[in-house]
Design a protein around this ligand. Structure first.
Ligand code: EPZ
Length: 428
């Protein structure tokens, strides 16, 4: 298994470029199911989850070409024939977002067979709200042998009110609604920018959508959609991870090719914690060292403080003067990184959904284990300031959502290298 070897102590400087958003590319790839025509996606990150999504679609009969060389961030998808509208367990078990094909398959093919996503490191993560919404639109859904079987001649528009704000739930039902008969009104929707990015693609495919990015979305169903070309927006979580890297290492780092407007909650918190943050351009944020002081966070749906930045922020809090209280409100088990940070010398006390981080702590290098995507990022950040050489195991978790992170960090002055090489994008 791949490992990262990181020697701490170097302040990061210069510029890092952000890739396209994994959490936007995944639903946009699933949206290609909704048409027989070709869908071309630009700025698709070369990460493991995209490769998994490609396998998922190909197993259904789609043609998916992940570009390489100069076109390496272009993906061309054709779902002209969907010979087997099934999301197989072997694939779904490696990536929960596979359930995003449920709505599009029922809408386009009138049936879907999707493996139920099992448990996940960060929480139970049921998809009951996806199912409830589809049933409200007229789908008949049975659960058998670990699979959901959903059928509908044609989905009907409906009034959907989410009991809880769900990102992929909103995306899945939005994709179901665009081909449904009549109007669908969706309330208490997720406002994450990825929902808006998906809606931009669907609209380019001929869908009629109003209000994406707000908590109320209205959809007029249409009989069919056509092909389109769409550029995936920048990854705000990758951008946030680099901003924390600049602040925690006491550096001067410019994060380019990002969207500062998507980073409001994080930037405000970094400033509150003593870092200097500037926005020199429409797609650039610069972070400079400051005397770090404790600041509490409480994760919330967008535009609140993102749960996907909680672990990275905790690493920063270990270096801040005082006690930072970190409250995780979205997932019930998202503190897997705590014990690994404590192994490096951090002083963190967990009490249910809250963690109290006492700082500053002198971190010393250690062998640590990555457990999920964002927990891995937190360990990389801690290792960048720890004294000595840390060894991070199971970095395949990181490869799921960060494109060539070790090269990008090395370009900014970090001492990081990968041992082993099991995930290399295709070269020309
Ligand atoms: C998306 O997951 C992201 N994944 C996650 O990013 C992110 O952490 C999460 O949204 C929250 O922002 C993708 O976009 C692919 P939810 P999702 O449905 O949609 C509960 C990363 O690190 N819920 O918004 O699966 C659920 O258990 C990943 O890149 C139900 O109860 O999250 C959770 O407590 C990790 N029933 C809450 O809602 C449902 O049917 C929010 O989850 C659906 C969700």
């Amino acid at each position: 298994m791949d490992k990262f070897v990181i020697r701490g102590g170097n302040p990061l400087s210069g510029t890092v470029r952000v890739s396209g958003a994994k959490n936007s590319a995944l639903p946009c790839m699933a949206a290609a199911i909704l048409t027989e025509d070709e869908v071309i996606l630009e700025n698709v990150p070369q990460v493991r989850d995209i490769e998994t999504e490609r396998r998922l679609l190909v197993a259904m009969g789609a043609e998916v070409e992940l570009g390489y060389g100069r076109a390496q961030h272009r993906t061309t998808i054709s779902c002209r024939t969907l010979s087997d509208p099934e999301a197989k367990y072997e694939i779904v078990k490696t990536m929960r977002a596979s359930s995003l094909v449920l709505g599009p398959l029922v809408a386009r093919a009138g049936m879907a067979r999707v493996a139920m996503p099992g448990g996940c490191a960060i929480g139970g993560r049921p998809i009951d709200l996806h199912i409830k919404g589809l049933e409200k639109m007229g789908a008949i859904i049975v659960q058998e042998h670990g699979y959901l079987e959903a059928r509908a001649d044609r989905l009907r528009g409906a009034h959907l009110v989410f009991d809880k704000i769900t990102v992929t739930g909103t995306e899945d039902l939005l994709m179901a609604a665009v081909l449904a008969e009549g109007e669908t009104l969706m309330e208490n929707c997720a406002r994450e920018p990825e929902v808006g990015d998906l809606a931009a693609l669907l609209t380019a495919m001929g869908a009629r959508i109003e209000g994406a990015g707000t908590s109320t979305i209205r959809v007029q169903g249409v009989p069919r959609l056509h092909g389109a070309r769409h550029r995936i927006h920048p990854d705000r979580i990758e951008a946030g991870t680099f901003l924390v890297a600049g602040a925690i290492t006491g550096g001067d780092l410019t994060v380019a090719n990002c969207n500062p407007a998507h980073l409001g909650a994080l930037i405000a918190k970094l400033e509150e914690a003593g870092a200097r943050v500037d926005i020199p351009g429409p797609d650039t944020v610069r972070v400079r060292a400051g005397r770090l002081c404790a600041a509490d966070i409480s994760t919330k749906e967008y535009p609140g403080f993102p749960t996907d930045m909680q672990a990275q922020y905790m690493a920063l809090a270990t270096q801040a003067e005082g006690v930072s209280v970190i409250k995780e409100n979205i997932f019930e088990n998202r503190f897997m990184h705590v014990q690994e940070l404590v192994r490096m010398g951090a002083n963190i006390k967990v009490d249910g959904p809250s963690a109290s981080v006492h700082g500053p702590a002198r971190l010393s290098a250690a062998a640590v284990m990555c457990s999920d995507l964002r927990a891995s990022a937190s360990l990389v950040l801690a290792a960048l300031v720890a004294e000595g050489e840390s060894i991070l195991d199971r970095v395949y978790h990181m490869d799921r959502g960060y494109e060539r992170i070790e090269e990008k960090l090395r370009g900014a002055g970090a001492q990081i290298r990968r041992m082993g090489n099991i995930f290399t994008p295709k070269e020309e």
